[in-house]
Design a protein around this ligand. Structure first.
Ligand code: SF4
Ligand code: SF4
Length: 71
């Protein structure tokens, strides 16, 4: 198994623009206009950090998870 990642959006900072969903190469997010994107396929995340880097409001965080241990 490869590395796994935990993806989170801080809804207080998110302005619901959908950029994270648009740039994610793995369709981790599901974005409906006017809503904070939902993280619907976290297991597909490859940790590319596009979402974190493209989010204009620093609302997305991507953390590496160890295979077994997790916080
Ligand atoms: S890019 Fe950032 S502000 Fe825009 S929808 Fe995604 S989390 Fe929200
Ligand atoms: S790190 Fe890359 S693959 Fe993972 S959710 Fe963000 S854009 Fe998608």
């Amino acid at each position: 198994m490869g590395r796994k990642f935990a993806v989170a959006i801080n809804p207080k900072w998110c302005k619901k623009c959908g950029i994270c969903a648009a740039f994610c190469p793995r369709q981790v997010f599901t974005h409906k206009a006017g809503h904070v994107p939902e993280i619907t396929a976290e297991e597909k995340c490859i940790g590319c950090n596009q979402c974190e880097q493209r989010c204009p409001d620093f609302a997305v965080t991507v953390r590496g998870k160890n295979d077994e241990s997790d916080s």
